[in-house]
Design a protein around this ligand. Sequence first.
Ligand code: ARG
Length: 471
Amino acid sequence: MSAESDNEDVPAVSSIWGGRFAAAPSAIMEDINASIDFDRRLVFHDIEASRAHCKMLIQQGIITPGDGEAILAGLERVHREAEAGTLAFSRALEDVHMNVESRLAALIGDAAGRLHTARSRNDQVATDFRLWLRDAIDDLDRGLARLQAVLIDRAEAHAGDIMPGFTHLQTAQPVTLGHHLLAYVEMLGRDRGRLSDARGRLNECPLGAAALAGTSFPIDRRMTAAALGFARPCANSLDAVSDRDFAVEFLAAGSLLGVHLSRLAEELVIWSAEPFGFVRLADQYSTGSSIMPQTRNPDAAELVRAKTGRLMGALTTLLVVLKGLPLAYGKDLQEDKEPVFDAADTLGLCIAATAGMLETATFDTVRMRATAGKGFAGATDLADWLVRVGGLAFRRAHHVVGALVKMAEARGCNLEDLALADMRTVEPLIDADVYTVLGVDHSVASRISEGGTAPALVRAAAAEARRRFLG
Ligand code: ARG
């Protein structure tokens, strides 16, 4: 007599794996074990992988065409239900794989039980997750290309607009706003490259590794890999079910991307602060204060800046999960999904918010230009001129300009406001030509070395960036 029939209060054991069990899991066991609340996001990829597996089983004569057709038709119905939002998910069925299979069984009966021939949830989940992440990377890449396009458009429009360039957040040398914006286009280009590298290594198919050792059925792994758009099957079955490097790589690339977005966000926060006043974020991307009527807060930029923390947290989470994990599959690996889902969502939102802010922001180019002229931003130009025209050693020129800056500072004026006679008390070589090199327009126009900030170069760089990144 079975344990169940002894006591009618004992809930049914799992219909999927309960063969050797007499009692169902406790409620706490179900809480810690069930992943359906988050892995339901894999449902479409799970069905896609099952379709490919089923067609392969038919072709290899492992299941009959009759059973196979019934399974494919059933999977089609489950897909439609998932699309319509009517597919019910049950925690008792643990995860998305068992939920789909159980619904399939309800729809087509016994044939459903043949779908799991020559596979395991271990190779199944690794396959589903790679498929999901591949799509997520493609989505993010599209978002990044759009953000680059916004930056390039704005850079082109502001190729000749002068702003102070900073080092140590001290006014350093004048640059153009276009040049500054294009710096982020480069960062995002490298981010896209890293995501694309990760996608390339990700694109191998675990399906057919089964639980860990492969299978005795005559499967065709190349067929399923090709059907799912993978470049090839994973070479080693143990590695196939235990590898989550692709997720780590995604989170690492995503963390660095988040760092870049946070740097841009921080600049928007600083630039929109009243004492700077370089940029005004649109109403759609600003909020007010409930107490201070005058404030316009750059909340979206602040949140982009902060959300980087979640991305790094996700990377750390997964690295710690994987550290010291013996081969092959361990349930630890179920903890891979939430950090990846959260990071992908967070990145998508931050990219869209950054593009939205930049697209709608108004730069106060008059104010930027006026600020660029302050803080002795022309000091390097003056030193360079002394080297070029006066033949001074750069160190000596640096010293001379330092003395001139001190003089101007004491008088509360700019370098170009000093009288020639006063300048000559510091360095007699200086003549009236000095005034042609002082001033921000001359400064930026003279920066014509490759990758420099001269407006003509910035215009060319914007066109080149469009070709390199959006072509
Ligand atoms: N939900 C599981 C996961 O995400 C699926 C694999 C379960 N495999 C197992 N042997 N229990 O990892």
